[in-house]
Write a new protein. Structure first.
Length: 140
């Protein structure tokens, strides 16, 4: 019963939750990044928003980098904090700039992704990650 009210339980169960969250949110983001990546290989003209005013190609490139490549590194748990930064920026742009005039329901997904990315940034990639294996090798 005391375990229900405990606030200091950072043990293997938290590492397991971090692992599941990394895989889950990374795979979810891949469903957004993969179609954007495929736009580069299609013969169709690029269709993408330019919320920062840097051009459609540059905006799409940054989104693909974050939503596809950074998501893959997050799933692996490799340099997670570094690759979370573009994801955090991407979701901040989506929620606070691109969807600024939309109702909350339209920007809710971006904010949910942003929240999970911020939590993972603070907690790190956890015990079940390539980051942890590298850390162990460096500390030997």
């Amino acid at each position: 019963m005391k375990a229900i009210f405990s606030t200091m339980r950072y043990n293997s169960s938290v590492d397991l939750i971090i692992f599941v969250a990394r895989i889950w949110i990374g795979c979810f983001m891949l469903t957004h990044g993969t179609p954007k990546l495929m736009q580069f290989f299609s013969n169709e003209p690029l269709h993408f928003a330019d919320p920062l005013g840097i051009g459609i190609t540059a905006s799409l490139s940054l989104a693909v980098f974050a939503e596809f490549f950074c998501a893959c590194f997050l799933i692996l748990g490799l340099a997670s904090r570094a690759f979370l930064i573009p994801l955090i920026i991407n979701m901040s742009v989506a929620g606070f700039i691109f969807h600024v005039n939309d109702p909350f329901g339209k920007k809710e997904m971006a904010f949910l992704f942003l929240l999970v990315y911020l939590i993972l940034f603070v907690l790190g990639s956890g015990k079940y990650s390539i980051d942890r294996m590298i850390e162990r090798k460096l500390n030997q």
